[in-house]
Design a protein. Structure first.
Length: 388
């Protein structure tokens, strides 16, 4: 069928272009995009701010090298650290790379304190990426199977279990960090309890562990604040992000503050492409649009509208166990597995995704308006109603 390695079970559709929350296939059919390239196209498709930034920067300079100073990279680091209330920033090209930087940073932090075999606490159901270190940190055996030996130095803890964290602290002097997604995305839109995160933050402070959040999916306005931790009133030592940051142009970032901000030194980490002029010019355009179009507030309002619309529909209430999430990161868990809903959704001109087998995951562009959000909710309700 194709010369591609079959790493993805691709749906039988090819898109030729998009505009806002809509994608158009090669036959000219229109689809309402409820997944935004897995949370990437936060500004929707063909956003003029992004398109102009790409055009303008491509006209001048796409790549130079981290051997030299890059103005757009310095500007984006300043803008991101400011919006995040962090102090320093490393740029890679993906979420996995952002997390690799965080993992390396945590290990180095441990070695600096004389811990020769540093361990990082990670959670059941977590997803941190597909590179060897990040798949080892991931709490899903399906993603790890066949790739042993895994990278060591990770201790698995159950979600939302403060006592388990205290046990780990009591029994493991070699822990250097805690790493978690505020809302587990691939794991099925599982929201960590706010109280659990507050206590985990406290334990990290007491133990001298770095409190690290993977905001690759939850970041960049998705949950109604620029980063999810800002809606929880807590501060991480390290935060990673990627997906929405480049609106489709590959970029990832690892941000740090305090002691963590100064751990990685010259020659200790790098990336040929990371933070190149094109990616950073686009990142600046994305940050600007999130602020000027008030997309955090829109994510909160539209997420509420979608949730309210689904909850008001009595005809599907019996099929739904729970609707959860925050802002425009929503999971609709059904009583049974529903992966087979993706195809009828496509037939109905709706792009959705199913995570953890039984949860419809919605990650629409943050630019979605009320009419489009209602269409998305009604479309999903219709699919659920017909699914028996
Ligand atoms: C998508 C995702 C990653 C991996 O990002 P890639 O860009 O695919 O490497 C890591 N962590 C979380 C929480 C994600 O959602």
């Amino acid at each position: 069928m194709s010369a591609l390695m079959q790493t993805y079970a691709r749906l039988p559709v090819t898109f030729s272009h998009g505009e806002g929350v809509y994608l158009y296939d090669t036959e000219g059919r229109r689809y309402l995009d409820g997944i935004a390239g897995i949370g990437v196209n936060a500004l929707g498709h063909a956003h003029p701010g992004v398109t102009n930034a790409i055009r303008k920067q491509a006209d001048k300079l796409v790549h130079s090298s981290n051997l030299y100073r890059i103005a757009a990279q310095e500007q984006l680091a300043a803008a991101l650290t400011q919006v995040a209330d962090m102090e320093s920033c490393f740029f890679g090209n993906s979420g996995a790379e952002a997390n690799e930087a965080a993992i390396k940073l945590a290990r180095l932090y441990g070695h600096e304190r004389g811990i020769k075999k540093p361990n990082i606490v990670v959670l059941e159901g977590a997803f941190h990426g597909r590179t060897l270190a990040t798949l080892s940190a991931t709490g899903n055996r399906k993603i790890q199977a066949g790739f042993e030996p895994l990278v060591t130095g990770f201790i698995r803890a159950p979600r939302n279990d403060v006592e388990a964290l205290r046990q780990i602290a009591a029994n493991n002097p070699d822990v250097v960090a805690f790493l978690a997604e505020p809302i587990q995305g691939e794991g099925g839109v599982k929201v960590l309890d706010s109280q659990y995160l507050q206590t985990a933050r406290q334990i990290c402070t007491e133990q001298g562990w770095l409190f690290m959040l993977d905001e690759v999916q939850t970041g960049n306005g998705r949950t109604g604040t620029y980063f999810a931790y800002q809606g929880l009133g807590l501060m991480p030592d390290v935060v990673t992000t990627a997906k929405g940051l480049g609106n489709g142009v590959p970029i990832g970032a690892c941000l740090a503050r305090g002691e963590a901000a100064r751990v990685l030194g010259t020659g200790q980490h790098g990336s040929t492409f990371g933070g190149n002029p094109l990616a950073c010019a686009v990142g600046l355009a994305v940050l600007d649009a999130i602020a000027t179009q008030q997309l955090c507030a829109n994510a909160t309002a539209m997420g509420q509208l979608i949730t309210d619309t689904l909850r008001a529909d009595n005809s599907i209430a019996g099929q739904i166990t729970e609707i959860r999430g925050k802002g425009l990161m929503l999971g609709i868990e059904l009583y049974k597995d529903c992966g087979e809903l993706v195809q009828p959704a496509l037939d109905a001109g709706l792009l959705i995704n199913v995570a953890a087998g039984n949860t419809i995951r919605l990650l629409p562009p943050l630019v979605i308006n009320a009419g489009e959000a209602r269409d998305l909710a009604l479309g999903v309700a219709d699919l659920i109603r017909k699914f028996n």
